[in-house]
Design a protein around this ligand. Structure first.
Ligand SMILES: [Zn+2]
Length: 307
């Protein structure tokens, strides 16, 4: 090979190497651009994800909040699964109320207006029958009754159911030993008697006034033959300030009787404080109610109706 040819070969080799180096550089540069594109896509996608999660969070938070409320409600002592929807909507209207109160109110039905959604009192419950502003006895319901002896009633010919009367007598006799004088002034009242009473009260005080202290016909516990007004039936007498009242509060449960319309529970029972009105529910139930300071409406919803 002559010198000229040698130069040519070297030149070609240098050219090939140069081109190769350029080629590699161009390729690498291209790849970088791809990477940049990929990266920006990832960034965009991440942004999209962030946007989505910003939109999704409030929903999730709402769901979590409701889950927490449900868990809290379920941990309450008298929670009833069937009432869950009512607890939630009532809590929505009354966010200021404690969960304990939400349960007590709804179990007592006071998320509904008085005298709405009225059910028939379930007579199969026997002495645990409930009669209130949401449960009514029929016009023709008359329980089996016995006539009270004059020793036990200030109103001659008063009647009660036998089991309730037997316990009433025991209670009055025990009280007497402690120099406490108790007597019935109103026990069983028929539908018609209650109708007359209520109608007269409405004439005097209007419907709203009468509803605070008198039951509409069919809604009076006196129609069960399981209730007695003791010593008086008038607020004016302030029976709550007597030793007879104190004795009843401390002892009536031992004979199966409960104070049915206690002070400070008006909003649950629908009746103003009646220190004289006692209802027979049996010793076991009366003891529970006495020890746990709940109304019979609450007790019935959780322990009787719920089972
Ligand atoms: Zn009464």
């Amino acid at each position: 090979m002559n010198n000229r040819n040698k130069y040519l070969v070297i030149l070609i080799i240098i050219s090939i190497l140069t081109l190769s180096v350029f080629g590699i550089l161009i390729y690498l540069n291209h790849d970088d651009k791809n990477n940049e594109l990929d990266n920006s896509e990832i960034v965009n996608k991440e942004n999209e994800n962030n946007n989505n999660s910003i939109e999704a969070n409030p929903k999730k938070e709402e769901e979590n909040k409701e889950d927490i409320i449900i868990t809290e409600l379920k941990s309450e002592e008298y929670f009833i699964q069937n009432n869950l929807d009512r607890y939630l909507s009532y809590k929505g209207i009354h966010p200021e109320k404690s969960n304990k109160d939400i349960i007590a109110d709804v179990n007592s039905n006071i998320d509904k207006d008085f005298y709405t959604d009225i059910k028939s009192s379930d007579l199969d419950k026997g002495i645990l029958v409930i009669v209130n502003k949401y449960h009514a006895l029929t016009k023709d319901y008359v329980p089996d009754l016995v006539t009270m002896e004059n020793t036990y009633t200030g109103v001659a010919g008063a009647k009660m159911q036998k089991e309730a009367y037997e316990h009433f007598k025991e209670m009055v006799d025990s009280a007497k030993l402690e120099d406490i004088k108790l007597f019935n002034v109103s026990a069983y009242r028929s539908y018609n008697t209650q109708n007359t009473l209520y109608t007269n009260y409405v004439k005097r005080d209007g419907v709203d006034g009468a509803d605070r202290y008198s039951a509409r016909p069919g809604h009076s516990e006196h129609q069960t033959g399981l209730a007695s007004d003791i010593n008086t039936a008038s607020s004016k007498d302030h029976f709550e300030n007597t030793k007879e009242y104190s004795w009843l509060i401390a002892n009536s449960y031992k004979y199966g009787f409960i104070l049915r319309y206690p002070e400070n529970k008006e909003y649950l029972t629908g009746y103003k404080f009646e220190p004289w009105h006692y209802r027979y529910v049996g010793v076991e139930v009366a003891t529970y109610i006495h020890e746990h300071d709940i109304t019979y409406d609450e007790y019935y919803a959780y322990f009787v109706e719920n089972n």
